[in-house]
Design a protein around this ligand. Structure first.
Ligand code: PEP
Ligand code: MN
Length: 337
């Protein structure tokens, strides 16, 4: 439930209510607006008498939060959240582009891609060191060595970095080298991994599962947040439908749906959703137009010889052209890029 205070409520009243809720064994999450403070209570609400809370004269009203996700819920935190990643941020003011290869292959490959995507306007370098491939015979990633190359590329370019993690061991390694970790679509409901990501101390990009509903996705975010990590960014990367002309079906309508339900930022991945480089520019622009806070785009120095996801990877030239085309879209929606 949430307790909505009257505008300008005194700090002493807020403190008393916080103590009352905590004394009843529930956890408190405060959200301060310009004049209104919202006090969220998470836990077994049967322990708490809401009538008693109404005795406080500066309480305006009490609203039950019926959804099972609380910390991710917009009712708990009406203002959009901005999340800092390295020197950059993801939130309502900017368009943040994460770009890079599907998989880190060699140091030279990663370095050349990092320089190119930075020159075109990306602020976060993506690169997979642990690859959750559909076939066990496909390239599985360079693991810790790949993470070291990511760190080298960050040092040289100043880009922030993100890498997918697929196991508890991978999280333990990744926290030493990158600025953000990614939970991929196939692991969206790997609850043990989500909890460990919540304890990692790094911001987490949570991709939507291939068949996940909005509720399941937000509950996955709640797993991370309930471990004390508020820094979760959602990523729509396409869902599985009956349609086979694209790799997945990009569900852009989920962006405005999420705006209604959560304060967390959401980005769009036009690469994994379409699976084909020629469709990426149109869907990247559509992502910006429908209000995404950022994009994740796969870029490769030599897509024809990429060890993973070559067909959907943009060349440096294509990526540069796309970022130029994105600028007027950003202006229209009032985002800096
Ligand atoms: C990736 O980002 O390289 C990836 C494997 O993404 P997804 O989990 O969306 O398939
Ligand atoms: Mn990929």
């Amino acid at each position: 439930m949430i307790v909505i205070m009257k505008p300008g409520a005194a700090q002493s009243s807020i403190d008393s209510i916080v103590s009352y809720i905590e004394a009843n064994g529930l956890a408190v999450h405060l959200s301060r607006g310009e004049s209104v403070t919202i006090i969220g209570a998470v836990g077994d609400k049967s322990k708490l008498s809401t009538e008693n809370l109404l005795v406080y004269s500066e309480v305006d009203r009490i609203v039950p939060v019926t959804e099972s996700y609380k910390l991710a819920n917009k009712k708990f935190h009406p203002k959009p959240t901005t999340i800092k990643v390295g020197n950059t941020e993801i939130g309502p003011n900017n368009l943040t582009i994460m770009a890079g290869p599907c998989a880190v292959e060699t140091e030279e490959q990663l370095m050349s891609i990092a320089r190119a995507v930075k020159a075109s306007g990306a602020t976060i370098l993506r690169g997979g060191a642990y690859k959750p491939r559909t076939s066990p015979y496909s390239f599985q990633g360079l693991e810790a060595v790949g993470l070291q190359y990511m760190q080298e590329a960050a040092k040289e370019t100043g880009l922030a970095t993100i890498c997918e993690v697929v196991s508890l061991e991978a999280i333990e390694e990744a926290v030493k080298y990158v600025d953000m970790i990614q939970i991929g679509a196939r692991n969206m409901q790997n609850f043990i991994l989500l909890k460990e990501a919540g304890r990692s101390g790094l911001p987490v990009l949570l991709k939507r599962g291939l068949c996940a509903t909005v509720d399941e996705w937000l509950n996955a975010a709640e797993y991370i947040m309930s471990e004390g990590n508020p820094n979760v960014v959602l990523c729509e990367r396409g869902i599985r439908t009956y349609e086979t002309s694209t790799r997945n079906t990009l569900d852009l309508s989920v962006v405005p749906v999420m705006r209604e339900r959560t304060h967390l930022p959401i980005i769009v991945d036009p690469s994994h959703s379409t699976g084909a480089y020629k469709y990426v520019p149109a869907m990247a622009k559509a992502g910006v137009a429908c209000g995404a806070d950022g994009l994740m785009i796969e870029v490769h120095n030599d897509p024809a010889h990429a060890l993973s996801d070559g067909p959907q990877s943009l060349t440096f030239e294509h990526f540069d052209a796309l970022t130029k085309e994105l600028r007027p879209f950003c202006e229209l929606v009032g985002r800096k890029f």
